[in-house]
Design a protein around this ligand. Sequence first.
Ligand code: TRP
Ligand code: PEP
Ligand code: MN
Length: 446
Amino acid sequence: MVPLRPYACGVTVLRAEQQPEWPDQAALQDVVARLRLLPPLVFAGECDQLKERLGAVARGEAFLLQGGDCAETFADSTADSIRDKLKTLLQMAVVLTYGARVPVVKVGRIAGQFAKPRSSAIETRDGVTLPSYRGDAVNGQEFTAEARRHDPERLLRVYNTSAATLNLVRAFTQGGLADLREVHAWNQGFVRGAGAGQRYEAMASDIDRAMAFMLACGVNPDALRAVDLYSSHEALLLDYERALTRIDSRTGLPYDVSGHLLWVGERTRALDGAHIEFAASVRNPVAVKLGPATTSEEALALVDRLDPDGEPGRLTFVSRMGAERVRDALPPLVDKVTASGAVVAWVCDPMHGNTYEAPDGLKTRRFNDVIEEVQGFFEVHRDLGTCPGGIHMELTGDDVTECIGGSGGLVESDLPMRYQTACDPRLNHQQSLELAFLVAEMLAAR
Ligand code: TRP
Ligand code: PEP
Ligand code: MN
């Protein structure tokens, strides 16, 4: 176990789980001092706008699509990889918007998702034991003592890589790539002829016709030209998040300007822990992951701590129960929270409850389990008369082999072919698109 680092806040001493063991505190403090002087990555006004849109999600008037890597890496933060991830998100968004006629709020696990909680602090290979990889924010993936050393200088690289990524995201989403007239161009060559890719081509042609019709009617085309894509990551490393927390000049209130939406993970959501304390202290929209062991009392206490003013959009609950448990573990939480009068957004992460180890030791997920959990999530909300607010996905725009199943027919023995993730297995481009079509059907039938 990693020793728990106390964080003094008022009179209480709160535990911060899953923090790095920086070997040199002076070096850390130097990095924190430098981070404090750097410009914000996002603006408080954008966070407020996202909060408003998540309010619409909570009321059932919009649907959240949140997706991206489990762990971004410095090496993979290339123009091509970012562009292909964005194209995948845009395709999924357009499938959901067109298929279900619902506004889609688009949020990437992007431009800041560099730190990972780990179930074990150490990893042993061939009799050698080293610290676990905790994300590029903390150490390197390579299995050497040097790479696995916790290095606070990496936090500055997180900031710089996030800034470069956001710059490209803003250029792509506002500068033409996201224009609906490009709807065909988002389809990656390698899926064009296959199942979901073909279905997408047909839908894109319908959209082309619909757009041509609207433009001929004189509809203002501005809304079709660009998208707002917000950035999100797990607020795990409190030294980094605190260094990027600033007082907004308009309101005098604190915002964490490292990303628009921050979430607290399943392993760090203790009510008396420093992560929830941190989330409570900033005015961004925040989310909390809820696993199958969550009690209704905990969920209600999280509402009290994080959304004391009952502000729709402030708090999102991301349930990650697993396909087997969602139908029994989720209803009591939704029921009690709804009965309390709280208006939270309920979002389904069908990835983290469905991870298992294939015989060769690679972590994977079955496409069918992922779909089954989303289906269960919709059923729970239908039965309770509440709103299924969105999906939270680990995905990539690349043709990787990390999750099995889907119409591409990947099986366990295919996994080593292109297993590229730095942490958890992601849906590949085709699986992501296929999922979007299935979720659009569930949403339309709701
Ligand atoms: N601006 C609208 C929206 O975000 C329409 C739109 C433009 C769009 N480009 C898009 C929708 C790409 C989905 C994907 O919904
Ligand atoms: C994650 O989102 O990558 C993650 C670690 O999730 P969870 O906290 O739900 O396990
Ligand atoms: Mn993950």
